[in-house]
Design a protein around this ligand. Structure first.
Ligand code: SF4
Length: 175
């Protein structure tokens, strides 16, 4: 499903809670909606839409999406079986706030704080058995904004979505 029809679809199905856009540096930008199987056992969480995603109104359609498709094809898994989402639903860009000029990386981190409640709600609704965070911001948004990524990269960690809060503790002892 392409473009903003998907946004209406996920809102309609109650799969996308209202993001906290007020105060977000990307307020007013085009929202690229999550998509996929609302009963998926695997959710992929990327960082944010890139140029191609913002152009086409779909997640994972840029170079990283091409790479993802190759991996999925090799595993004989289709996108339609997964839940695909991002830590931040709008494409980060340079933003001026007062006298400060924030680069897209700084904006990504700020926007992730505003978009995290929506991400966690979404994951609680879909209830995947496994969540793959693609990129450090994605992993932080799933765990906690201040989480240390030491020892997490490439690892498998057990968490309960019911226990996720602003300062999620995982049952593997990390904070
Ligand atoms: S990134 Fe998320 S919180 Fe920020 S404007 Fe977009 S949808 Fe709203």
């Amino acid at each position: 499903m392409a473009d903003d029809a998907n946004l209406s679809f996920v809102f309609h199905r109650g799969l996308l809670s209202k993001p906290d856009c007020e105060g977000c540096p990307l307020k007013g930008e085009r929202i690229i909606a999550p998509e996929g199987n609302p009963h998926a056992i695997l959710a992929l969480v990327g960082e944010a839409p890139g140029y191609m995603e913002a152009q086409q109104g779909r997640l994972f359609v840029g170079p990283s999406g091409v790479f993802l498709d190759k991996i999925l094809a090799r595993a004989e898994v289709s996108r339609a079986e997964l839940w695909l989402t991002n830590a931040v639903l709008c494409k980060p860009k340079t933003v001026t706030i007062g006298a400060k000029i924030l680069n897209p990386d700084q904006v990504l981190r700020m926007a992730a704080d505003h978009c995290r409640g929506r991400l966690i709600d979404e994951l609680r609704i879909v209830k995947p058995k496994a969540i793959v965070g693609l990129g450090s911001q994605a992993v932080r948004s799933v765990y906690a904004p201040t989480a240390s990524l030491k020892g997490r990269r490439g690892g498998i960690h057990s968490i309960s979505l019911d226990q996720i809060s602003g300062d999620l503790k995982t049952d593997d002892g990390h904070e």
